[in-house]
Every structure is written in structure tokens, then in C-alpha cells.
Design a protein around this ligand. Structure first.
Ligand code: NAG
Ligand code: NAG
Length: 388
């Protein structure tokens, strides 16, 4: 990874981003020509990128459209595009350390859930374990690298895959809460008395819902960049056959239907800021969802930790976090709960660096702050484990 080049490039990019910021976000529907102009002037010509790229603007826009297929962000594809733009190689910082042969694995067929158990060499918290899941990209490598990072710090972690892995749905739609139930029951049967769940982004909604449905099993919930309501299932069929993102006992968990997605606007914003931006899609629900679509967090019987970044543009996690806090306060929630809001934080609020960091502007622009947040995240988590 060449930081010098990256910095120079980002400097150039941000200069042009600043000039675009002065023009307000188009109020009319974005059209394809605006995007072409933006791509032309802001990315390819002004940045003196390889001349061949000019001929490929159409392909580039098609690639971006693919990234936003059906309301899903294809993060793998996005990372690819970004790595081309930034000329950097994305290397997962922790994954390389994972020895895949020496931990127990679980399958939906045999165990009722898909996962891998990361047992620490020096177990600092005997009798306590954490189920961990990540977000809407469904990349199990992120689960593995975060799980490994936490187990290196003495925590027993069961990394859970809830879609796009063997035996699970291939899109984030009707994900059974039973995976978590089965995983928690397994840990119980292995003698763990206290079981928690850490979830990131869409996975935080999964974790919060699990905290509600299995309040007698889960006594610590960590929600990183959370949502506060149940969202509509994402993926291929979701717009013709409306379904919830999550289910229990074969039934949809009531969800807030998604509003109209302006794909061209998404692409425009993405090129302008070089990060996915779904704020206009998810913001209305944070305060405006039907009452029965909000996650009834007060039904949990768990200590709660929430992390969010004020610069998260992927979805409105900071506002959602505040809404969760407000709700718990109003309901006189009797377990400890805390929200750590990070002013320069983006979407990827995790205790360790991840391959996904590069796709958010905050992570690129404020690397020192992000480092600080990650350290704080880990410390808070360890502190919660001590007190729990
Ligand atoms: C991309 O980075 C590599 C290695 O740092 C360098 O050799 C190459 O010239 C760069 N390409 C461009 C187009 O800047
Ligand atoms: C919360 O506590 C306050 C003060 O004791 C009380 O007035 C209020 O009714 C309680 N709210 C709920 C939802 O229990």
C-alpha cells in the first residue's frame, strides 16, 4: 500500500470534491449526463488518470450501477472500483494471521447455524462468550478477522454467518433469528453462562432483535453503526416480492418498507464523495417508521453498548443510535446502556481495521481519529466484559 501516493491522490480528489460541494445536491432527479460530467471532470480528466479511462466512462457507470443492484451495495465490487481508483491493494490486516485449521466450525445442516469458534489462547473471561456478525456485504472474512482480533484479546468469539454462506439465504432477506438462538444455546450447552452479541450495520439490527427475542439468552449487546428499525429485505426479489430482512418461526418480523431509491443519485453522491450514500433511503424511518417496526429495545435484558460515527453516510446510524438511547430512557430501561458517538467516524466502526475501511470517506480523511476510535471501541468492550 503506497500511502504517499494515496495521500497525494486524496488531496487532489478532495480539492475537486470541495469545488463540487459548493453546488447544492441536485434537487431534481439526477440524470445520467450530470453523472457523466462529474466523472469526466472530477475523476478522469482533472486527475490525469490513465487516458484510456476516458473511453470507459460508460463502463465505469455500468459498474457503479452494478454496485447498487436492487438496493444492495455490492461492497466487493465497490472495493474493486475503489482500489482501481486509488491504485492501492486492499489487504485485510488480520486475516493473514488466521490459521483456519485450528478452530471448530458449524454448519446450518448439522448445527442449525453457520459459524466458526475463535477460542483465545489466554482466556481472560471464562464463562463468557460473544457471538459476532457483520453487515450487508455478507463477507465472512470480515467476521473472521474481527473474531480473531477479539480472541487475541482474550475473548471467546463465535463468528456467525447469516447469509451468503452455505445453508443460509443468498440475499439479506428473511434471515432466521433461529441462527442466533441455536448458536447461543450451543454456547450455553458448552458451559458459557454469559453470552453476548456484537453486530455491525445490518448485523446490529440482527443483534438488537436477537436481544429482544432471546432476552433470557443474551445479556450483552454491542451495536456498531446500528439501525433502530427493522428494514425491508435486500436483494434480487425484494422489490417485486416484499419481504422483511428478518424472520422468526417462518414469519416475517414486521418491517418498514423501503422508500424509492434514486440509483442515479446514489451514483452521483458516490462519485462526488467516493463512498456509498444511502441516507435519503433510510433516514425517514429513523423517526417516521410505524411504531411496530421499531426494534423494541426496551424488551432486552442486556447491557448495551452502541458505537456510531457522525460522518456515517452509508445509513443514518448516528441518528438511529440517538433514537435508541431516547427510547430506552423513556422506557426506564434498567440495564446499563451507553452510546459512544464519534465526530469523525464513518460507517465502519469496528475495534480493528478492516478491508472495508477504504470505502468510507471518514476512514480515508481521518486515519488518526479512526485509530483512536478503534482503540476506544476495544477498551470499552473489554471493560464491559470485566463488569458484565
Ligand atoms: C500504481 O502503484 C504501483 C505500485 O505502487 C506503481 O508501480 C504504478 O505506477 C501505479 N500506477 C499508477 C497508474 O499510478
Ligand atoms: C419512567 O419513570 C418515570 C419516573 O419514575 C415515570 O414517570 C414514567 O411513567 C416511567 N415510564 C415508563 C414507560 O414506565
Amino acid at each position: 500500500m503506497n500511502f504517499k501516493n494515496l495521500k497525494l491522490f486524496l488531496l487532489i480528489i478532495s480539492t475537486f470534491i470541495l469545488s463540487t460541494l459548493s453546488s447544492p445536491i441536485i434537487s431534481k432527479r439526477t440524470n445520467i449526463n450530470e453523472i457523466k460530467n462529474l466523472v469526466n471532470t472530477k475523476l478522469f480528466i482533472n486527475n490525469n488518470l490513465n487516458n484510456n479511462n476516458k473511453a470507459n466512462i460508460e463502463d465505469f457507470i455500468d459498474d457503479l450501477k452494478d454496485v447498487f443492484q436492487n438496493g444492495m451495495v455490492n461492497y466487493i465490487k465497490l472495493e474493486q472500483i475503489f482500489s482501481d481508483l486509488f491504485n492501492i491493494t486492499i489487504v485485510d490486516p488480520i486475516e493473514n494471521l488466521i490459521d483456519s485449521t485450528n478452530h471448530k466450525t458449524f454448519s446450518v445442516k448439522k448445527d442449525g447455524f453457520y459459524g466458526e469458534l475463535f477460542e483465545p489462547e489466554n482466556n481472560r473471561f471464562p464463562g463468557k462468550a460473544l457471538i459476532l456478525c457483520t453487515g450487508s456485504d455478507g463477507d465472512f472474512n470480515m467476521v473472521r478477522s474481527l473474531s480473531k482480533g477479539l480472541s487475541n484479546n482474550g475473548i471467546t468469539v463465535l463468528g456467525l454467518g447469516y447469509f451468503k454462506v452455505k445453508g443460509t439465504p443468498n440475499v439479506l432477506t428473511r434471515i432466521p433469528l433461529e441462527y442466533v438462538e441455536k448458536a447461543a444455546k450451543y454456547l450455553k450447552s458448552e458451559g458459557f453462562e454469559k453470552i453476548g452479541m456484537w453486530g455491525f450495520s445490518a448485523g446490529s439490527v440482527y443483534a438488537l432483535l436477537s436481544g429482544v427475542y432471546f432476552s433470557d439468552l443474551l445479556s450483552l449487546i454491542v451495536a456498531s453503526s446500528p439501525g433502530n428499525y427493522v428494514f425491508q429485505g435486500l436483494g434480487t426479489l425484494s422489490f417485486t416480492q416484499k419481504k422483511s430482512a428478518f424472520s422468526y418461526k417462518g414469519k416475517d418480523i414486521p418491517y418498514e418498507p423501503i422508500g424509492k431509491i434514486d440509483v442515479l443519485k446514489l451514483i452521483y453522491l458516490m462519485i462526488r464523495d467516493l463512498e456509498p450514500n444511502f441516507l435519503h433511503v433510510y433516514e425517514p424511518g429513523v423517526t417516521g417508521a410505524s411504531e411496530n417496526h421499531f426494534i423494541p429495545v426496551e424488551k432486552m435484558k442486556a447491557r448495551l453498548l452502541i458505537f456510531s460515527g457522525e460522518m456515517d453516510h452509508c445509513w443514518p446510524s448516528d441518528k438511529a443510535s440517538k433514537a435508541i438511547m431516547k427510547r430506552l430512557k423513556e422506557k426506564n430501561y434498567s440495564y446499563p446502556y451507553e452510546h459512544i458517538s464519534c465526530p469523525y467516524g464513518g460507517h465502519v466502526m469496528t475495534p480493528f481495521p478492516t478491508a472495508m475501511d477504504i470505502i468510507t470517506k471518514a476512514s480515508r480523511d481521518y486515519p488518526e481519529e479512526e485509530k483512536k476510535y478503534r482503540k476506544q471501541h476495544l477498551e470499552k468492550l473489554l471493560e464491559a466484559f470485566e463488569e458484565w
